[in-house]
Design a protein around this ligand. Structure first.
Ligand code: C2E
Ligand code: MG
Ligand code: MG
Length: 733
């Protein structure tokens, strides 16, 4: 059918609307010109015209369309338009939700409607427009319309939308998308009172790896990390990357802290496995912060802040750890900032002191050397542990001056000890990495006059991340100086045995986490210890078992062949004056003193708790705590068999039964066991939901610390009316 015939009516109609009817004939240019124009348009392939009959079967489609796609006319002409086109999926949901047949049947005008072209091998998207056409009597003639191929431009648009929402490097959702998803999830979960967990992950020591091996290697590492996280999370949640070395995981309908802890632990384990990249074997770690809505925050921003604080606490806890958010963390972040500030000027004060812990010969119990452990007495905050402030010093570039101070004091003090006793000094990996480190050691030895063979430098496995050539050169320089080297905390970090062959260590220190619990039945630490000891023997190295506290641990580690012992069983770290006093009396042999057995499951704590019994709330304290029970103090004469609800703070509620009772002290058993909180402590698997607080008239917000005293207020009734009497308890000194 000729185009002019088909479209003249449509064209006419168009000009009808544009101009008054009586002017039409005179002003109208010759129709042939317009048709010519349309021909040119069609021939150029800029778009196509199409037409249907009154049954909406295709009766016309521009020739160039047939040519372009290799269609034949008999194939298409006469077929219902609805067979040829279907609404593109997104159109169906977004715009009309009505099938094309409906639009055509209603004779609706179609404007730029995206449709899928049926039967094309590759997915093809057209945008069609069309108008119903009628004769003078108003009979429907069919549609007249135009179309163009938008497949490519749509793809391009989709790509750029994708790019705006996904991370180029790893293909994971980016921050924008994660923020959006978290916001949407939390908003929609609010009505249905559902929970949602958020994990913030930050790689440990990614920066040095990236700096040492270069960005392409760093990029590949990030890709592999992303793949490992995605594999672990699977369909349980959504994984995103926030740029840099930060990742985030959203886990809908998840508030079980037992499962969350296990998941976090698995992520830490998997991410810490070595990455073979470009012939290098790279190792990094990861720290994880966990927050759960609605307990720790309702709005996305609050939940992210909570997870960030938890991450911060995990990093501060020595890395490769996870933490659940708790209200105290806000305090923790403040405290860290204060430590940072005070640390900057600490060397100008006399708040630092060096203490020394004996490392004892396993056979003779004579001191072989003292390990220097730095102590900070803060005028307001009291004692701050090096485990807390050394990582801060590393972060704020204070570790070099601090480390040099420590080295100098330790070497000077050691010159006053008997000549056969060495001094071990802890060296941070960052300090070790400084180019001038060997010359600093040389200088300190020269200034203090300590024999180099009496100095042991304790370094950790993380020094091997700094690039092997440089590290090797440094070992060589130190060997020439004549100092000894000990590998500290062995087994906690990257535990690659390969570098033990090349690095000139004299001693391996088996980390105390292997000693702790090693006497429990079924524990495989003793086997690991034996392996480390025989490896060390083969390489002619000594072994120190760290953190030995009890007689049974001592027996076991000596039995496994450790050559040296360090731990509270012999002595904690002591000031220089005490050593000098002992040396004077010739008492440099130590005697093992400590409990016979270690109760791995018991933790000594002193924590205020609430005890709820028959709608009455009492104050009490926890003396010690295990997963299955606790010793509490503060209520007089509670009969065995009494059931309590114990409020451990922060919405943590657990049902318990009194199993033993003597005066103000009861042994209680929990109905469901506590779980590890990632910080060496215990917590309940579930918490009271803020929705329950809302039900008693509190406005909906994250869990307040005293959540349960709102649900179970302490009654003002006189003691006589209450089942139990509260007694005064005092915190241990
Ligand atoms: P480390 O080098 O592994 O030191 C051993 C830690 O275990 C010390 O903690 C010590 O007091 C503790 N310990 C010893 N025996 C026992 C025991 O039987 N049971 C238990 N539970 N713990 C025991 P401390 O003094 O808090 O030091 C913590 C860490 O801080 C050290 O771990 C070391 O990495 C770092 N550090 C301490 N002083 C310095 C220093 O002068 N420079 C550097 N760079 N780091 C230091
Ligand atoms: Mg040490
Ligand atoms: Mg250690």
């Amino acid at each position: 059918m000729p185009l002019g015939k088909l479209f003249s009516r449509g064209l006419q109609a168009q000009s009808d609307t544009a101009k008054p009817a009586d002017e039409t004939a005179a002003d109208q240019p010759v129709p042939v010109d317009r048709i010519g124009l349309l021909d040119t348009f069609e021939a150029a392939g800029l778009g196509w015209f199409w037409a249907t009959d009154s049954e909406n079967r295709l009766i016309y489609l521009t020739d160039t369309a047939f040519e372009r796609y290799g269609w034949s006319k008999p194939e298409l002409i006469g077929r219902p338009l609805t067979d040829l086109f279907s609404l593109a999926a997104e159109e169906e949901s977004e715009r009309t939700n009505r099938p094309l047949a409906f639009l055509l049947g209603a004779r609706n005008t179609i404007t730029f409607l995206p449709v899928r072209v049926a039967g094309s091998a590759e997915p093809m998207l057209w945008e069609i427009s069309g108008k119903a056409s009628f004769d003078e009597e108003g009979n429907f003639l069919g549609y007249r319309g135009s179309a163009r191929d938008v497949t490519e431009s749509r793809d391009r648009q989709r790509d750029s939308e994708r790019m705006a929402q996904y991370d180029d490097l790893t293909g994971l959702a980016n921050r924008r998308r994660m923020d959006m998803m978290l916001g949407n999830t939390l908003a929609s979960y609010r009505n249905s009172k559902r929970s949602c967990a958020l994990l913030m992950l930050d790689l440990d020591r990614f920066k040095p790896v990236n700096d040492t091996y270069g960005h392409p290697v760093g990029d590949e590492l990030l890709r592999q990390v992303a793949a490992r996280i995605t594999k672990i999370i699977g369909s349980k949640g959504e994984v995103g990357r926030f740029g840099g070395d930060e990742f985030q995981v959203i886990l809908p309908d998840m508030d079980d802290r037992g499962q969350l802890g296990e998941l976090a632990q698995r992520l830490i384990q998997m991410i810490s496995q070595p990455y073979p990249i470009n012939g290098s074997r790279l190792v990094i770690g990861v720290s994880i912060g966990v927050a759960v809505a609605p307990y720790d925050g309702f709005e996305a921003a609050d939940l992210v802040k909570a997870a960030d604080l938890a991450l911060y606490a995990a990093k501060g806890g020595g890395r490769a750890q996870y933490r659940f958010y708790s209200g105290e963390m806000k305090e923790g972040a403040k405290r860290r900032r204060q430590i940072e500030e005070d640390l900057r000027s600490v060397l100008d004060t006399d708040q630092l002191a060096m203490h020394y812990q004996p490392i004892v010969d396993a056979k003779t119990e004579a001191v072989a050397c003292f390990e220097s452990l730095i102590r900070w007495h803060h005028p307001e905050r009291g004692r701050i542990s090096p485990g807390e402030f050394i990582p801060v010093a590393e972060d704020i570039d204070m570790i070099k001056p601090l480390g040099e101070w420590a080295l100098e004091v330790a070497c000077r003090d050691a010159t006053a000890w008997p000549n056969d006793i060495g001094v071990a000094v802890n060296i941070s990996a960052l300090q070790f990495e400084c180019d001038d480190f060997p010359s600093v050691v040389k200088k300190v030895l020269a200034e203090t006059g300590l024999a180099p063979s009496r100095l042991v430098l304790e370094i950790t496995e993380s020094v091997f991340l700094g690039g092997s050539d440089r590290t090797q050169r440094k070992f060589e320089q130190l060997r020439k100086i004549g100092v000894h080297l000990a590998l500290d905390d062995f087994g906690t970090g990257y535990s690659s045995l390969s570098y033990l062959r090349t690095a000139p260590f004299n001693k391996i220190k088996i980390d105390q986490s292997f000693v702790r619990g090693c006497t429990e039945p079924g524990n495989n630490n003793p086997a690991i210890m034996s392996a480390i000891v025989s490896l060390a023997n083969a390489l002619d190295m000594r072994t120190v078992a760290e953190g030995v506290e009890t007689k049974d641990e001592l027996e076991l580690v000596v039995g496994r062949g450790a050559t040296h012992i360090q731990g509270y069983i012999y002595s904690p770290a002591m000031p220089q004056a005490d050593i000098l006093e002992r040396a004077e009396k010739g008492e440099l042999t130590f005697e093992a003193q400590g409990p016979a057995r270690y109760r791995a499951d018991r933790r000594t704590v002193f924590r205020r708790i609430g005890v709820i019994h028959e709608d009455q709330r009492y104050r009490a304290f926890v003396r010690n705590l295990s997963k299955t029970g606790a010793m509490i103090e503060g209520l007089e004469d509670v009969p065995v068999g009494t059931q309590f609800v114990v409020d451990m703070g922060g919405g943590q509620l657990t049902v318990a039964t009194v199993r033993r009772s003597r005066g103000p002290i009861q042994g209680i058993e929990f109905e469901s066991p506590l779980i590890d909180d990632g910080a060496d402590g215990l917590c309940t698997r579930h918490r009271v939901s803020p929705y329950e607080l809302e039900a008693v008239g509190r406005s909906l917000s994250a869990l307040p610390d005293d959540a349960l005293s709102i649900l179970f207020p302490r009654s003002e009734e006189p003691d006589a009316k209450r089942a139990f009497r509260e007694v005064e308890t005092r915190a241990p000194a």
